[in-house]
Write a protein that binds this ligand. Structure first.
Ligand code: ASP
Length: 410
């Protein structure tokens, strides 16, 4: 059985689950209130099963995907310059995108006034100090790495392990094969869990409407407006500036990038878009030695659309539950969304799975993941398209920064 389909069937199934959930939720609004509350808690449980499955898979997913990506780098010294600029540009553009997410959430305020109640026993988060944040990246026990909130330490552990594998040279190849296989296996596990997604979305949609009524639909509409407008702005304005700085006419960039953009938009996976992104880079005149490294790494770690989405989602969830965020939290949200986007797997819905990490870091209710699942197919389409496009924009500039030139068009 192959799990590597285009995702179209899953997309349709999710849409059907969502619509059925809405219908059932609306129908429940006319039921007696005791029946409605009872049914709503069952529907929520159906969705919660999905979130719990995801929580379990996050630590091994982060470990294997990142360790394998780092260990795949062949020769650290020769590639040092490209890696350095890649790091600066990938992190820089994602941080900017995370900032746009915060700005979009503050301007559109999509979750304000909905008034969801935080789960029982929920304590509003205290703003962490800079020292708290620094130390939270480094857990004290190996056990702590396995918790969703220990993800940053897991990422650091996985990076160091990946470098160690590279330094071991030929000896390390065996471990690399294991990590690569582990990474593919974890992604396949996620695909298996995704089969349950349409049912979970049905459950969450029915629960949300039955419990909170149609005003939730308005909140989702505002969220998507905020996300789409700022993500398109990042794509057209920021990438134009980046490719122009790299010596490429932005119009040419948009012309060649249109195919991978649409493929990413419809498949919602940066990983499956990679071959088309490489073809576009070739047409833009980027030398192979640059894009063969930057694009596969970028597909895994550089996700501007996801960073914007995760920062905006964090703000949205805080607004929905009426939880005030301090400036320290806002700064942390940008940092967490950059890290979360780096750790996001290049698969449909990966960014919403990793949203649990961002919410966990900020101390926001993890029910937020289920709430965002409802509109994930729509939110994922554009963020994936921009994730893939950002890799190519940065690749054009990296080419110039490392002293290479774009070849004339072929
Ligand atoms: N689907 C996205 C991608 O593959 C990741 C995400 O869900 O944010 O780039």
């Amino acid at each position: 059985m192959s799990l590597r389909g285009s995702g179209t069937k899953l997309l349709i199934a999710i849409a059907v689950g969502f619509l059925l959930g809405l219908l059932v939720g609306f129908a429940l609004l006319y039921a007696p209130s005791a029946t409605r509350a009872d049914a709503a808690s069952w529907f929520k449980a159906i969705g919660d099963v999905f979130v719990r499955l995801i929580r379990i898979i996050i630590p091994p997913l982060i470990f294997f995907t990142i360790a394998a990506a780092v260990a795949s780098v062949a020769d650290l010294r020769r590639l040092g310059m490209i890696l350095l600029w890649m790091f600066v540009l990938y992190i820089g553009t994602s941080a900017l995108a995370g900032f746009w997410g915060i700005l979009a959430g503050s301007i559109f305020q999509p979750g304000v006034g909905i008034g969801l109640t935080p789960p029982a026993g929920y304590q509003p988060p205290k703003p962490p100090s800079a020292i708290d944040i620094l130390l939270s990246f480094f857990q004290t026990d190996f056990n702590a790495l396995l918790a969703v909130g220990g993800s940053m330490t897991m990422i650091i552990f996985a990076i160091i392990l990946g470098i160690a594998v590279v330094l071991l040279g030929d000896e390390g190849r065996k471990l690399y094969s294991f990590l690569r296989l582990g990474s593919d296996t974890m992604i396949t596990m996620v695909r298996i869990i995704m089969y349950y997604a349409p049912v979970a979305i049905f459950g969450y949609a029915a629960w949300l409407i039955a419990t909170y009524g149609p005003q939730m639909l308005g909140a989702y509409g505002k969220f998507l407006l905020a996300q789409y407008s700022f993500t398109f702005m990042h794509f057209f304005v920021i990438y134009s500036i980046i490719v122009a700085a790299g010596g490429l006419n932005p119009l040419k960039y948009f012309k060649y990038q249109s195919t991978p953009f649409l493929i990413a938009f419809t498949t919602r996976s940066s990983a499956v878009t990679l071959p088309y992104n490489m073809e576009a880079a070739r047409r833009m005149g980027v030398p192979e030695e640059v894009f063969q490294l930057t694009l596969p790494v970028g597909a895994t770690v550089n996700m501007d659309g996801t960073a914007l989405y995760q920062a905006l989602s964090a703000l949205f969830i805080a607004q929905l539950f009426g939880i005030p965020l301090t400036p320290a939290h806002i700064g942390l949200a940008v940092v967490a969304s950059v890290i979360g986007s780096v750790a996001t797997a290049a698969i449909p819905g990966g960014g919403t799975i990793m949203l649990a990490f961002v919410l966990g870091v900020l101390g926001l209710p993890l029910e937020g993941v289920g709430i965002m699942m409802v509109i994930d197919p729509i939110a994922d389409a554009l963020r994936t398209a921009v994730n893939a496009s950002g890799d190519n924009a940065c690749t054009v500039l990296i080419t110039k920064l490392v002293g290479l030139r774009l070849r004339s068009e072929s």
